[in-house]
Design a protein around this ligand. Structure first.
Ligand code: FES
Length: 107
């Protein structure tokens, strides 16, 4: 339990800057982070597709699967794991919402 508190949380944006059921990329320090609103919660992943560095923000998601429209690689929004033809998964970041803002732990 105590371990959780040792994470360094970096503020990303206000929760209402991410469209409902949508997603948006933000620069957090030197890292581009994609915040996805799945409908039920917010999750955070690397912002670029691991295939050819296309912004995943330009793709689509249905709350469960994120699809990069460039070559339709798909990723599980719970885990970042590759689905179907995708050969690599996404790096995910722990996320927390507090006081109407979204924070991620980038380590
Ligand atoms: S760049 Fe995303 S699937 Fe090819």
């Amino acid at each position: 339990m105590g371990q959780e508190d040792e994470a360094v949380w970096t503020r990303v944006c206000r929760a209402d800057e991410v469209p409902a059921n949508g997603m948006k990329a933000f620069a957090v320090g030197g890292t581009s982070v994609l915040i996805v609103h799945t409908g039920a919660e917010f999750v955070a992943f690397q912002a670029m597709c691991p295939h050819e560095a296309i912004p995943l923000e330009q793709g689509i998601h249905d709350g469960c699967l994120l699809t990069c429209l460039e070559h339709t690689w798909q990723f599980d929004l719970k885990t970042g794991a590759p689905v179907g033809e995708a050969e690599e998964g996404l790096t995910g970041y722990r996320l927390r919402e507090e006081g109407g803002a979204i924070y991620v732990a980038l380590e």
